[in-house]
Design a protein around this ligand. Structure first.
Ligand code: GLA
Length: 369
């Protein structure tokens, strides 16, 4: 539920920029993923946690130019003006535009729209800034035009916008965690059926989220990136005559010997990380945080060696976190940098964080949850 506290600032920004009060305000959180990376577009399990206090807030008001969207972002200190009939242009306002087209094209064509946006989520930190922007845009537009949609359906719509309009072939984890999740509580989600359960984590331990200072940009093409991994998984499914990699369990791993490299390693990562989510949920329910930490370490190694989506900076940071006493640590999110999440005893968080900041000049502590 959105609180006044989360939207007071964006409301003020709207008033200052447009000289009138907005009609609606809304807020959606980012997420950290605890286990299960790149499993979501393979029909697998994930274990994200929506974040407290890190998210995107929006203020909307009807405009006076039919079909025209004037979007002001304090983050970019910029106004972008788009038409509801526009196509993707590779700008930040594409996310907003795609969402408005998906749920309120006719209404925006009739009324025009003024938008102010604020984010406390750093871009490129692997904490779902794009998904939070999509979810909040859809929820606010529905509220403005008096329409209802379930949080699950909002997540499904938001993912479709990112896949089809923005052109990023992501899974549903981020949009689902932002739209449906409860900040500070882990969410065990089956991305194939969309069945989910909230799972409490031990109050004696905290997850410390550390921005590595290396930014990723998953929508950028490049030789090797997110879309390459999606394509590799599709190729592996074809070669194995399966619909999705989550059709395989750890007992089926013998089958990967028939695959050419690197498809064998890609499948091994997805299958084992899927299993680590299941094992992690058991560990959380048993209050066995030592075991949970071990699973995080294994997950990082699998991301590094089998999925090859880590970078030297996040590898070094994970190693250092473990040497400073973390029970587990891993790169979180889409990959190629972003953030590391470390599991630390609550009483040790302060000293742990000081050591990270002292030894890694480019890092910052984004959240402790
Ligand atoms: C990005 C995508 C998600 C998911 C993660 C990796 O955050 O948006 O769908 O694939 O990467 O787990």
């Amino acid at each position: 539920m959105t609180t006044d506290h989360e939207t007071a600032s964006v409301k003020a920004a709207f008033e200052k920029h447009f000289g009138a009060a907005p009609d609606v305000v809304a807020y959606s959180p980012g997420r950290v993923n605890l286990l299960g990376e790149h499993t979501d577009y393979n029909g697998g399990f994930v274990l994200p946690m929506a974040l407290r206090g890190l998210g995107v807030s929006i203020a909307l008001g009807k405009g006076d130019k039919p079909g025209v969207i004037e979007a002001y972002s304090d983050t970019f200190d910029q106004t972008e003006v788009r038409k509801i009939t526009d196509s993707r242009e590779g700008r930040w306002s594409d996310y907003l535009l795609g969402c408005l087209k998906a749920v309120a094209e006719a209404e925006v064509a009739a009324t025009g729209l003024r938008v102010a946006l604020e984010t406390t989520l750093p871009m490129g930190a692997g904490l779902s800034s794009s998904a939070a922007l999509e979810v909040v845009s859809i929820k606010a537009a529905l509220a403005l035009y008096g329409r209802e949609m379930s949080s699950v359906d909002v997540a499904v719509k938001a993912r479709a916008v990112e896949n089809d309009f923005v052109g990023m072939p992501c899974g549903i984890m981020d949009q689902f965690a932002s739209s449906v999740g409860d900040p500070g509580v882990a969410m065990f989600l089956n991305t194939h059926t969309l069945a989910y359960e909230l799972v409490e984590t031990s109050p004696d331990y905290a997850f410390v989220i550390i921005a590595s200072g290396v930014s990723h940009q998953l929508t950028e093409g490049g030789e090797d990136g997110y879309a390459t991994r999606v394509a590799e998984c599709q190729a592996a499914c074809k070669a194995l005559s399966i619909d999705m990699i989550s059709d395989l369990g750890v007992d089926d791993l013998g089958r990967i010997k028939d695959l050419p490299s690197p498809l064998d390693r890609r499948v091994r990562h997805v299958v084992t990380d899927n299993q680590r989510v299941l094992d992690g949920v058991v560990a959380l329910r048993d209050g066995d945080m030592v075991r949970f930490g071990e699973l995080m370490v294994d997950s990082h190694r699998s991301q590094k060696e089998d999925y090859q989506i880590t970078v030297a900076e996040t590898d070094a940071l994970v190693e250092a976190c473990l040497s400073y006493g973390a029970l587990g640590a891993r790169q979180t999110g889409g990959g190629w940098g972003g953030s590391v999440v470390a599991l630390v005893e609550s009483g040790a968080v302060e000293a742990f964080s000081q050591r990270v900041l002292a030894d890694f000049a480019k890092t910052s502590i984004l959240a402790v949850t």
